[in-house]
Design a protein around this ligand. Structure first.
Ligand code: ZN
Length: 84
């Protein structure tokens, strides 16, 4: 069953999330994978920042191994990781 919803990551990055969860391979934190409007995968922490809104924080902001995300996802230099 898929239950798509639009969520907001870091307060400004709209993502579509199919509701599936996973665990970060590096730190074992529970995360979800959203898809941004640019069709990029966005890992986010499953902690809902606002109980009334689907707001989450990007996992790489908290992951102790965030450099690994940089290598895997290869975001453009002009946007992404340092834009938080
Ligand atoms: Zn992690």
């Amino acid at each position: 069953m898929t239950d798509y919803q639009t969520i907001m990551v870091n307060g400004k990055i709209a993502c579509v999330w199919d509701g599936r969860t996973a665990h970060c391979k590096k730190c074992n934190t529970a995360i979800g994978w959203g898809i941004t409007t640019n069709n990029k995968r966005m890992p986010f922490d499953l902690v809902q920042l606002d109980p009334t809104k689907p707001r989450y924080e990007a996992h790489w902001a908290n992951c102790p191994n965030r450099d690994d995300f940089r290598r895997v996802e290869k975001p453009k230099q002009s946007e992404g990781l340092h834009d938080r």
